[in-house]
Design a protein around this ligand. Structure first.
Ligand SMILES: [Ca+2]
Length: 280
């Protein structure tokens, strides 16, 4: 079921509102296993928030402009998102890109979002295939010559888009790369980026921010020859409730309990009592 609301730019759809309470009960048995430590802390935080809801918001934007060839000024597309309920914070962001024409190895793209004094920033594309700063190295210097993208960028994808030709990949009849890929994440000058550069600017940069406000997609063509066009782009934003101050205090207690066995026994006993009494 989808709930639709109009916004300043673009359209927003709320869907798949999830009630995690049942999931919580089934997770209690393995609550303090070390490998589940992070999940357990997050789960407790959600429960202590009261009504545990997660939201998913899918937004699509049409652009249709060319990306100036060999011009670092690039193309900027800023969209304002509003109407996502207060108290929901970002847990995950995925980005869709539909770019036609040009050379894929020419393109640099990032996504940016401000929330108060906090800024999220992720490098989506950074000269895919470019792995040398020696012009004599041909494709290694210029990057991949494929023509366009119809891709989703997600931190949870299995492969780095910068080296998509290193494994299996598919293109459509127009030559556009298809599939879901990890963002490039190399926060490096696109004129000198190479494959071995550190990857640090992932989409998890947006986690914890308020999803409302301006989101900016920037794309630049960094090498002469051929012209690409940004057809559409999209955001898929997953949210969780922002922990309340009471929940944060409780999380501190649970965190202490995990590392100190004597406290852990008391907290575990208390939780069993709570959930036994509230289980319906
Ligand atoms: Ca170009």
């Amino acid at each position: 079921m989808y709930k639709r609301a109009n916004h300043m730019q673009g359209e927003i759809f709320e869907k798949n509102t999830v009630d995690n309470c049942g999931c919580l009960k089934s997770n209690l048995a393995g609550f303090f296993e070390p490998v589940q430590l992070r999940v357990a802390i997050i789960t407790i935080g959600l429960v202590l928030c009261g009504s545990v809801k997660a939201g998913q918001y899918s937004l699509s934007f049409t652009n249709g402009n060319t990306i100036p060839d060999a011009n670092p000024t690039g193309l900027t597309d800023t969209r304002a998102i509003s109407g996502i309920p207060a108290g929901e914070i970002i847990s995950r962001v995925e980005v869709g890109l539909d770019i036609s024409g040009g050379y894929n190895g020419d393109l640099y793209a990032y996504l940016r979002h401000e929330s108060g004094t906090n800024i999220g920033f992720s490098v989506l594309l950074n000269r895919v295939g470019k792995s040398s700063n020696n012009p004599g190295d041909g494709e290694l210097y210029f990057g991949y010559p494929d023509t366009g993208f119809v891709v989703t960028l997600s931190d949870s994808a299995s492969a780095d888009i910068h080296v998509y030709r290193s494994g299996s990949y598919m293109t459509n009849e127009q030559g556009q790369l298809l599939g879901t890929w990890q963002p490039d994440a190399r926060n490096v000058n696109p004129y000198v980026v190479v494959t071995s550069d550190l990857r640090s600017a992932y989409l998890d940069s947006f986690a914890g921010l308020d999803p409302n406000g301006e989101w900016t997609l920037f794309i630049a063509d960094c090498s002469s020859g051929e012209i690409a066009m940004l057809q559409t782009w999209s955001l898929n934003i997953l949210t969780v409730p922002e922990p309340s101050p009471i929940a944060l205090v409780a999380l501190g207690t649970v965190g202490t309990a995990i590392w100190f066995p004597s406290v852990r026994r008391r907290v575990t006993t208390g939780l069993r009592t709570i959930f036994t009494n509230t289980k319906s």
